[in-house]
Design a protein around this ligand. Structure first.
Ligand SMILES: [Zn+2]
Length: 273
């Protein structure tokens, strides 16, 4: 598989051009990939819908259950897959991203022993996983992806990263939370990102960043201890008023600070700058 003139070429690739498209991407774009499921019955019906002008929807690629890939829009042109969307301060991801649709029925409901899609098809238990969506609290039933689809999506992403300098791989559920749940928990999105970009969504967040703040001692003297407790042994002479410290972490009203030594001080007596 290769990319030539913004089109995939190779054995299991077809080109079916969709009229549903915007303009050419600006310079240095696209730099993101958005993963979707079709919530459709099969690849053929989803391709028809994504090429129907009335649907006003498209994607760059669609990956069938057997791993066959259909390209609908060239990679230098915006497709209409993201809709109202925002992430990391950016809005309208159609202008930044390549959209990959994967043939999958999506969210299923259990009726007796079988699982039913919104369009009324039944799926057997081996086609279903029970899992909690990243944006939700309770478990639901989801149609599984085939191994061929997961492998094809990984190959495609890897090629696109090399060709376009892709920096983000996101789910539609992450750029349109509350409105969209695709690709859902049946798709190994976090693993894919870890392998290809060495970056998981959580690493972007402030929670993972070390607290490295400066502070000043405001008590006349302040004991510095081996642990976050007033009964923990002291590690050095007390810190004097106006001593400048680096705050490493906070726990239960105590700061671990670094001066010439490291230790714990009561957070009450340190004023962060
Ligand atoms: Zn979607």
């Amino acid at each position: 598989m290769q990319i030539q003139n913004h089109l995939l070429t190779g054995d299991s690739i077809r080109l079916v051009e969709s009229p549903n498209r915007g303009g050419k991407f600006k310079a240095r774009l696209p730099d993101a990939i958005i993963i979707h499921y079709t919530a459709g019955a099969d690849a053929a019906s989803s391709i028809r819908s994504l090429c129907n002008p009335q649907s006003k929807a498209s994607a760059h690629l669609l990956v069938a259950r057997d791993g066959q890939i259909t390209q609908l829009v060239p990679f230098d042109t915006a497709a209409w897959h993201a809709g109202k969307s925002s992430y990391g301060g950016r809005e309208g991801y159609n202008n930044y991203s390549i959209g990959i649709e994967i043939d999958n029925a999506g969210l299923l409901t259990k009726t007796g022993e079988s699982y039913q899609s919104w369009f009324g098809r039944n799926y057997s238990a081996d086609q279903v996983i029970t899992a909690v969506h990243r944006n939700e609290k309770n478990a639901h039933y989801w149609h599984v992806y085939s191994e061929a689809q997961i492998a094809a999506v990984e190959d495609i992403c890897s090629l696109l990263i090399d060709k376009y300098g892709i920096k983000q791989i996101l789910g539609h559920e992450e750029i349109s939370p509350g409105r969209k749940v695709d690709p859902g928990p049946a798709f190994p999105l976090d693993k894919l990102r870890d392998r290809l970009l060495n970056q998981s969504r959580n690493e972007d967040g402030p929670a993972e960043e070390p607290l490295l703040e400066k502070g000043t001692v405001v008590a006349d003297t302040l004991n510095i201890r081996i642990g976050p407790s007033s009964t923990a042994a002291v590690v050095a002479l007390p810190l004097k008023k106006d001593t400048s410290v680096t705050i490493l972490q906070e726990k239960d009203g105590w700061y671990e600070v670094a001066v010439e030594v490291k230790g714990w001080v009561s957070a009450k007596y340190v004023s962060p700058l």
